[in-house]
Ligand binder design. Structure first.
Ligand SMILES: *Cc1c(COP(=O)(O)O)cnc(C)c1O
Ligand code: SF4
Length: 532
């Protein structure tokens, strides 16, 4: 029978409650004590020796953790391990003295580490799945390069063609037959797509086509770029006209008093199957006249409330450099315009368009007043080393690059897919800005829509689990952008305390509000000091 009596030496130093409890537990008397075997004795001796010798906190934490574990499991008394309470206190004190913030060994071991463990559990599934369920175009780059090689060969494109805007546009895939030869589509699919493309425009750049993984059912790149029969089944072959109720002037859309958009082109490098501007992009590319831009700019010039102008389309980067330069210079010349935004998906659909001349134009305008580039990336698959590098170049020249993703069934409607998207774009110099609910206004996209509750769960699940800077706001559009966040303010009691819900684990905490009497008090102490 071992000596169960814990060695009680009076506490010389005062520790925090966590450390006191920990030492108390490890030193407490145990019934049915066991003799430690040689292995345990040696293990503890070695931990004690490191904890004593090294000027580090980790060996001390390891020793206390082991002692707590063995005490709980085997009832091994401290004395039988050649230790006593004063030795533990000495080491606890040492821990506190080494640590820059005087964190106690009890606090670290019994509070901080379990909290970190619990947090780790929340991301376990994501870390295990993110490479499988949501591989990025960076991770799939070898396969994408294989695809590109095959496509170049079939389309007889040279490297120079591939790497130029004109080569990409000249070889853009707009017929089902060509598409079929590039990505190995079954005959039934070709027939169905042929039926839809009579109404809905299809155009993929060869680059964007290379992101499609042939043979993968419901490939997220394919879903976004190749129209399917569902569009016609949902809505028939009539595309409703552009709504007139938000356009106070030629090319202008306005919901808000101080921000508006100029739809500067109807062209895009690639036509998305979920395009909100379905009617606008129409059936053929149009080049707008100087008069049209002139009228839009005159509206902005004559309306001195407007401070933020979005140049969109279509896709702003499809505009020739000369027109972009002209519009930006005109806006820079209007005193009340303070911010310019450019809406473009080109960095993911045709990154080669972003040439040095364009970058110089962006930088020159950004030097006048901030330029933001607003893009649309819906899946980590759209980020490749090439698009990432394009965003890197843009972000060096402008104030910010922001992403507006659209929440789309099968493309990004799971936690893993959306977290991965947000993290991947953040790592690619792009800040997640909005997640839009897929519009109800165009019944063509019914098959892509995701219920609000699913969207809210996805966005809320990011808090506390991925960087705050990578979390977008969830928005529905219905004549303006309406935030869809769940309310984490659950209630308020009579003691001026709110109940707040932690979105990552649903734990509720009390949160004292600012004292209303103090808030109502006028002024600050300076007013007293200044009184003579
Ligand atoms: C999206 C949009 C804006 C900009 O909204 P923000 O919330 O400032 O990004 C402005 N006008 C119109 C017509 C829009 O569609
Ligand atoms: S890039 Fe934008 S405007 Fe162009 S097709 Fe896609 S969603 Fe529509």
């Amino acid at each position: 029978m071992a000596n169960c009596t814990g060695n009680r030496v009076s506490t010389i130093h005062s520790f925090d409650e966590y450390t006191n409890n920990l030492i108390e537990e490890i030193c407490s008397n145990t019934h049915d004590c066991q003799e430690p075997d040689d292995k345990v004795r040696k293990e503890i001796a070695s931990l004690v020796s490191s904890a004593m010798k090294k000027n580090l906190t980790a060996p001390i934490v390891s020793l206390f953790a082991k002692l707590q574990e063995y005490h709980r499991k085997f009832n091994i008394p401290l004395g039988a391990l050649g230790l006593d309470r004063s030795r533990l206190e000495e080491l606890a004190l040492k821990h506190q003295q080494i640590d820059e913030h005087m964190v106690s060994v009890g606090g670290r071991l019994t509070q901080a580490l379990p909290i970190a463990d619990e947090a780790n559990d929340r991301v376990e599934a994501y870390l295990a799945q993110k490479g499988v369920e949501a591989a990025s175009g960076i991770e799939l780059w070898p396969e994408i390069q294989e695809n590109a090689k095959r496509i170049k060969h079939i389309l007889r494109m040279s490297d120079a063609d591939w790497n130029s805007t004109s080569g990409q546009l000249r070889n853009a895939v707009d017929s089902v037959e060509t598409l079929g030869s590039l990505i190995n589509l079954p005959g039934k699919a070709i027939e169905a797509i042929g039926r839809v493309t009579k109404t809905y425009r299809m155009r993929l750049t060869p680059y964007y086509t290379s992101l499609i993984m042939p043979g993968l059912v419901n490939d997220p790149i394919m879903l976004q770029s190749i129209p399917t029969g569902e569009m016609i089944d949902n809505a028939g072959i009539e595309i409703p006209p552009v709504a007139a109720d938000h356009s106070p002037a030629r090319l202008i859309d306005q919901f808000y008093p101080r921000v508006l958009t100029i739809k500067a082109t109807n062209m895009c490098a690639m036509y998305c199957t979920h395009c909100l501007r379905l009617a606008h992009i129409g059936k053929r590319d149009k080049v707008y006249s100087k008069e049209a831009y002139g009228e839009a700019l005159a509206y902005i010039r004559n309306n001195d409330r407007i401070r933020d102008v979005l140049i969109t389309g279509g896709d702003a980067f499809i505009l020739p450099n000369s027109i972009l330069k002209f519009i930006l210079a005109e806006l820079d010349g209007i005193d009340h315009v303070k911010i310019k935004r450019l809406g473009t998906r080109v960095p993911v659909t045709m990154p080669m368009r972003v040439n040095d001349e364009l970058l110089d134009i962006l930088e020159a305008s950004n030097d006048q007043k901030p330029v933001r580039v607003v893009t649309q990336i819906n899946t980590a698959r759209e980020i490749t080393p090439v698009s990432r590098d394009t965003f890197r170049k843009i972000s060096k020249r402008v104030f910010a690059v922001l992403n507006q993703a659209v929440l789309l069934k099968g493309i990004n409607d799971s936690r893993v897919k959306m977290w991965k998207l947000c993290e991947t774009i953040q790592e690619s110099y792009v800040r997640p800005y909005y997640i839009f609910n897929c519009s109800y206004r165009n019944p063509q996209f019914k098959h892509f829509r995701v219920p609000l509750e699913v969207g809210r769960d996805i966005v809320e699940s990011m808090y506390g689990n991925i960087s705050g800077d990578a979390i977008p706001r969830y928005i529905s559009t219905a004549g303006g952008k309406i935030p869809m966040h769940r309310d984490n303010v659950v209630g308020k009691n009579d003691s001026n305390e709110y109940t707040l819900r932690k979105p990552w684990n649903d734990v509720e905490v009390l949160y004292p509000d600012a004292d209303p009497d103090v808030y109502d008090k006028k002024g600050f102490a300076f007013e007293e000091y200044m009184k003579e």
